[in-house]
Design a protein around this ligand. Structure first.
Ligand code: FMN
Length: 264
C-alpha cells in the first residue's frame, strides 16, 4: 500500500520523527510531503494519509489549519495524526484528529512525542528539554508505530480496523485554550540588527507565511506574520530579535540527542 505523510516542521524534530516512523512501518510505503508553500497533494493516489506537526500554543499551528481548509472533502480515507511537543501538547492531537475527521478522514490513531523545545521564550525560561525524547519516550513511540502498523496490515488484508481512541492525557487536558493571537503578542515585532545581518535570505526562505522580504535587509510584514519564530530560530547570525529576546533561545535544528534517538 502507498501512503503520504503531510508534515509541517519548523525546526526539524517532526521531520526526523516522520522519517523514523516511515522506516519502521512495514505495511505501507510512506512518502513524506512538506506542506509549507506547497499545494494540497492528490490524496486519491494514496491508501493512507498521515498528518504530522509540532504543538503550537497548545493546538495545531494556524498554518496547518489553513492547509486543512484547502483539502477537498474525503470519503473515509484512512489517516493518522502525530505531533511533537516541547512541553505539553495541550489539545494539539485532539484538534488534529477533529480537523481530519471534519475533512472526511477516518482517523485510525494518533500520538504525541516529547522532543526538545523550539519556542525561544520557553528555552529562555530554562525549559529546553534538550534530553527528550528519553528512552522511555522512544519505547512508547515504537509501541504506537507497531500498533499503527498492525492497523495498516488489517486494511491491507481487506478487513476493517478498529480505530484507537485519541488520548491526550490528564496534564494536556488541563492546559487552558490559548488564543493564537497571544503568540504574536508574546513575540512582539521582529527587528533586524543591521550590523549582524548578512542579507543571506534565510529568514525569507524559512518564513511559511511570506511575511519576510529582503530589501536588501529583511523587512517584516507584521500583519501576515503568524508568530512561529522561524526567522528568529534560523537566522545564522542571530541578527533577528524581538523587544524581549535577542541572541538567546534559538533552536534551528534537531539537537544530537534527537538525531541519535530517532536515527534511521
Ligand atoms: C511558536 C511555537 C509554539 C509552540 N508551542 C508549544 C506548545 O504549546 N506546547 C509544546 O509542548 N511545545 C510547543 N512548542 C515547541 C514545539 O512544539 C516542539 O519543540 C516541536 O518539537 C518542534 O517541532 P519542529 O522541530 O518539527 O518544528 C512551540 C514551538 C513554537 C515555535
Amino acid at each position: 500500500m502507498k501512503g503520504i505523510i503531510c508534515y509541517y516542521s519548523g525546526s526539524g524534530n517532526t521531520l526526523l520523527a516522520c522519517q523514523y516512523l516511515k522506516s519502521k512501518i512495514k505495511n505501507v510505503d510512506f512518502e513524506l510531503y512538506d506542506i509549507v508553500k506547497n499545494k494540497v497533494p492528490d490524496f486519491s493516489k494514496y491508501d493512507v494519509v498521515g498528518f504530522a506537526t509540532f504543538a503550537d500554543f497548545g493546538d495545531i499551528p494556524q498554518y496547518f489549519c489553513s492547509f486543512f481548509d484547502k483539502i477537498p472533502p474525503q470519503s473515509n480515507k484512512n489517516a493518522f495524526v502525530f505531533n511533537t511537543c516541547g512541553f505539553l501538547s495541550g489539545r494539539t492531537l485532539q484538534g488534529f484528529a477533529d480537523k481530519a475527521k471534519t475533512n472526511g478522514f477516518n482517523v485510525l490513531s494518533g500520538y504525541s512525542l516529547h522532543t526538545p523545545e523550539s519556542y525561544p521564550p520557553m528555552r529562555n525560561r530554562r525549559m529546553p528539554f534538550d534530553n527528550s525524547p528519553k528512552p522511555k519516550d522512544i519505547k512508547k513511540f515504537n509501541d504506537f508505530i507497531s500498533r499503527l502498523d498492525i492497523l495498516l496490515g488489517t486494511i491491507k488484508a481487506g478487513q476493517t480496523p478498529e480505530n484507537e481512541k485519541i488520548k491526550i492525557g490528564f496534564l494536556n487536558s488541563l492546559l487552558p485554550k490559548m488564543p493564537r493571537t497571544k503568540a504574536k503578542e508574546d513575540m512582539g515585532k521582529q527587528k533586524t540588527d543591521e550590523n549582524l545581518c548578512i542579507a543571506c535570505g534565510t529568514c525569507e526562505k524559512v518564513c511559511p507565511s511570506g511575511a519576510v522580504h529582503l530589501k536588501p535587509k529583511p523587512v517584516f510584514s507584521h500583519d501576515i506574520c503568524c508568530g512561529c519564530w522561524a526567522c528568529y530560530n534560523h537566522c545564522p547570525k542571530q541578527a533577528i530579535h524581538t523587544e524581549k529576546y535577542k541572541g538567546t533561545g534559538q533552536y534551528p535544528h534537531p539537537n544530537d540527542n534527537v538525531k541519535q534517538r530517532l536515527k534511521v
